[in-house]
Design a protein around this ligand. Structure first.
Ligand SMILES: C[S@@+](CC[C@H](N)C(=O)[O-])C[C@H]1O[C@@H](n2cnc3c(N)ncnc32)[C@H](O)[C@@H]1O
Length: 313
């Protein structure tokens, strides 16, 4: 089988922000198929890279792709939210750059047996790490109200309640087992609602994937730990693909770049908060029309970066 392809999103912009020519140790916290990592390693022979991914299949494929950089590369099978632990094990108190390219890779989407995509029929698995509870098990066991909350909060699905009720109804006789079954059920439950260029099942699939992989719950921990470990002058760059992720990144960056919070009427600062981080991107960097034409999966990407400008408080 030909090696699966994942075209790295906003590649030039990621390189400009992370400045690999400075060398040092950079963490790619979502290595995927190693597209961004390969470009970072190619850009500077003085750069070492720690590549983390929770998906053993992605890690093996990236390892093959990056084998020529083996002496400057460490692969870690694990979750980015355990960054502190991974770096402690590697004896790295600080690092000189961190990248996170959130979400799923094209390889995961394109493999029907992984169950991420409604475009191909397959079992409703959706587990990036291939362990733990599957999406099918969530649909079979969670109470209707919890399913509705997931569809509403993680998918912003306007008919979350109707979809949850339809699932609870169907599972009395037969559980929902495949991506095709779920897609048809959602289409029936949301009735005639159509968003141009979007399958009616898009929001529910996104929500279920986020819930299966605890994606939003763990993002904040990752961001806090990555920021805490940036060396002076180094940057964290994050690519997100939907508004919920982007909101967490944006708010964390805003909070972290706030200095003194004393009211303006105070003659002197009493909070002692010093600004030690600065926003590098005031607005998120978006892909050009040309990039979206060449790689439609880049469509919703937003890239934000933050830099350590002083030692930690
Ligand atoms: C969009 S892909 C990365 C693609 C990569 N930048 C490239 O150019 O090939 C996202 C990857 O992040 C991984 N991932 C998602 N959540 C993760 C987490 N919490 N911890 C570690 N890896 C995660 C997925 O398994 C997937 O391989």
């Amino acid at each position: 089988m030909a090696a699966p392809l994942h075209v790295p999103v906003l590649l030039r912009e990621v390189l400009q922000l992370l400045r690999p020519e400075r060398g040092g140790v950079v963490v790619d916290a979502t290595l995927g198929l190693g597209g961004h990592a390969e470009a970072l390693l190619e850009a500077s022979s003085g750069l070492r890279l720690v590549g983390i991914d929770r998906d053993p299949e992605a890690l093996a494929l990236a390892g093959e792709r990056l084998s020529r950089f083996a002496d400057r590369l460490v692969l870690v099978e694990g979750r980015h939210e355990d960054l502190a632990l991974h770096l402690e094990r590697l004896g790295l108190p600080t690092v000189d750059g961190v990248l996170a390219d959130l979400g799923v890779s094209s390889m995961q989407l394109d493999r029907p047996e992984r169950g991420f995509s409604f475009m191909r029929d397959g079992p409703l698995d959706m587990r990036m790490a291939r362990k733990g509870t599957t999406a099918e098990e969530l649909l079979a066991t969670l109470p209707g109200e919890e399913l509705a909350r997931i569809f509403r909060e993680y998918g912003e699905e306007p008919r979350a309640g109707a979809v949850a009720r339809a699932i609870v109804d169907v599972r009395k006789t037969d559980p929902v087992r495949t991506t095709g079954e779920l897609r048809r059920l959602v289409a029936r439950a949301v009735g005639g609602r159509r968003e141009p260029g979007r399958d009616p099942a898009t929001r529910v699939f996104q929500a279920l994937r986020i819930a299966t992989n605890r994606e939003l719950v763990d993002l904040e921990r990752f961001l806090d730990d990555a920021i805490a470990r940036l060396s002076l002058g180094s940057r964290l760059a994050v690519l997100s693909y939907h508004s919920l992720e982007d909101r967490i990144v944006k708010e964390t960056f805003r909070e972290e770049t706030t200095g003194c919070t004393c009211p303006p009427s105070f003659p002197v600062c009493v909070c002692s908060r010093r600004r030690v981080l600065a926003l590098v991107t005031r607005k998120p960097v978006r892909p050009s029309e040309e990039e979206v034409r060449a790689n439609p999966r880049a469509r919703s990407a937003r890239l934000r970066a933050i830099e350590r400008i002083a030692e930690a408080r």
